[in-house]
Structures are given as C-alpha cells and as structure tokens.
Design a binder for this molecule. Structure first.
Ligand SMILES: [Zn+2]
Length: 258
C-alpha cells in the first residue's frame, strides 16, 4: 500500500514543502521562455528520503494533470513515489508521471526532470533527427549532438525506458523522443529547466542555420575540450543550497556515472 506523506519523518516533509515551492515557481519558466502551450509540459524534482543518498524509496514533486499555468500553486503540486503512486496531493499527477518516475528509479544522480513540446526541438523530434553539434554552446551544454530516443506510447514504462537508454548513451541532458518532444534532466529541477530552454534555443538556431546553408561541424577534440571546461570550470560546481537533501550527488560524480 502506498504510504501517505504523514508517515514520513518531519525532515522529509519539510523538504517536500520546500520542493513544492521550487517546482511550482519553476513551472512559470516554461511559458516565460515560450516552451509550452495550454497545460502541456511539466517539471519535477526528486526528494531524497534516506539521508544516505538517493534510492528507490525517494519521492518526487510534479505538476498536477490538466491545471493551467496561472492556477499552479505550491499546494497544488502533487507528491509521488518512484512507482508513480500518489503520496500527497488533491489532484491527479501529470500524465507524464510514469516517465519521470522511471528516470528517477534508474538514474539516481538525476534530481530534476522536465518535459515540454517546445516547437523547434519537437520539430527535430518529428523527423527523428539528432541536432548536430555545430555550436560551441552545444558542446558546452550537451557535450555533442542532442540525441533522439525511440517512438514510445504513453501508458507504460516505454517512454521512461527510451529516455534512460538514450541518455545513458550520451553526455546530453536532453533527449528528443521521436514524434513527441524533448525530455531533459539535471542535478535538480532548475538544471533540467535550463536544459529545456537551451535545447529549444539550439534546435531553433541550427534549424535557421540549415535554411541558410550547411552548418559546419565542430571537431570531436574541440567538443571534448569545450565540454570539460564548461562543466568543470563554470557550471556544475555544487551551488550553495539550503536543500542539500535534494541534490546530494556532486557534478563530478554525476558525470562519471553517466
Ligand atoms: Zn509529451
């Protein structure tokens, strides 16, 4: 039987409350950056339950299903376990909950997941074509091409499985699920939202470049060097945070396990 939130320790309930605020606030970034229409798109963040680190007993906070962005509040966010069961909330969880849960179950280093149908990234997904790494910012952020995942129908684990199998094979925090759209991951939900914004931006820029001619590839050694510099010097040093329990894995560990 699924546990209710009341049965979790106070420290976990406190992290859930803060995570509800974070996830609710981050949903406003999706329309702000033009990534969603109507109620499509969702953000989630893991809540680590065991002080020893992420595991199968973790929870995550995600958007409720079918609620418009203007109506989202911390209190309307729902809490699920990693099997996708509702643990707390007054509404049904997002219809993409099973995919988010699958990612958290199989990628313990992931603390945040975002899904949108943003226009340009989804246009590449419709053609099942990876976005080629032809921009230094792509080398920085994605470490190479943005890969395409398999066609998968909603309703079982196939979307989650396709996301995980594709991302484990890549340095990219974004995957374009074929005929569907982008899913992005990060050490927390903020990082996953950033990846969702960035994947749309590079999909748009490379699309425009293709209209003008042939974008020039970047050599693999240069991609590797850009990626290493950006990830180690700039980006992923553990930020000072008041929520250490939600992102206990350091960036270095994250890279080495992916
Ligand atoms: Zn979708």
């Amino acid at each position: 039987m699924t546990r209710t939130l009341d049965s979790y320790p106070q420290e976990v309930r406190d992290v859930v409350a803060r995570t509800r605020e974070v996830v609710s606030t981050l949903h406003a970034e999706l329309p702000r950056w033009g990534l969603v229409v109507w109620t499509a798109g969702n953000v989630s963040q893991r809540v680590v339950v065991d002080p020893a680190g992420p595991g199968e007993d973790d929870l995550f906070v995600i958007k409720p299903s079918g609620v418009t962005y203007d109506e989202l509040t911390p209190g309307s966010m729902v809490v699920c376990d990693l099997d996708g069961n509702l643990v707390d909330g007054t509404r049904a969880p997002s219809s993409d909950t099973a995919a988010h849960a699958y990612v958290y179950r199989h990628m313990p280093e992931v603390g945040g997941v975002v899904h949108t149908h943003s226009t340009y990234a989804t246009a590449w997904a419709a053609r099942a074509e990876p976005v080629p790494c032809v921009l230094t910012m792509m080398a920085d952020e994605f470490g190479g091409d943005v890969p395409v995942g398999p066609f998968a129908l909603i309703g079982d684990d196939s979307i989650g499985r396709g996301i995980v199998e594709t991302l484990l094979d890549s340095r990219s925090p974004a995957v374009l699920m074929r005929n569907h759209g982008p899913f992005t991951i990060g050490k927390d939900a903020t990082a996953a939202v950033k990846a969702a914004v960035m994947v749309e931006e590079v999909a748009r820029t490379v699309h425009i470049s293709l209209q003008l001619g042939t974008p020039l590839p970047i050599g693999q050694a240069d991609i590797d060097s850009l990626y290493a510099r950006y990830q180690n010097v700039y980006g992923r040093t553990p930020a000072a945070t008041d929520e250490p329990a939600t992102s206990p894995v350091t960036p270095t560990e994250q890279e080495s396990t992916r």
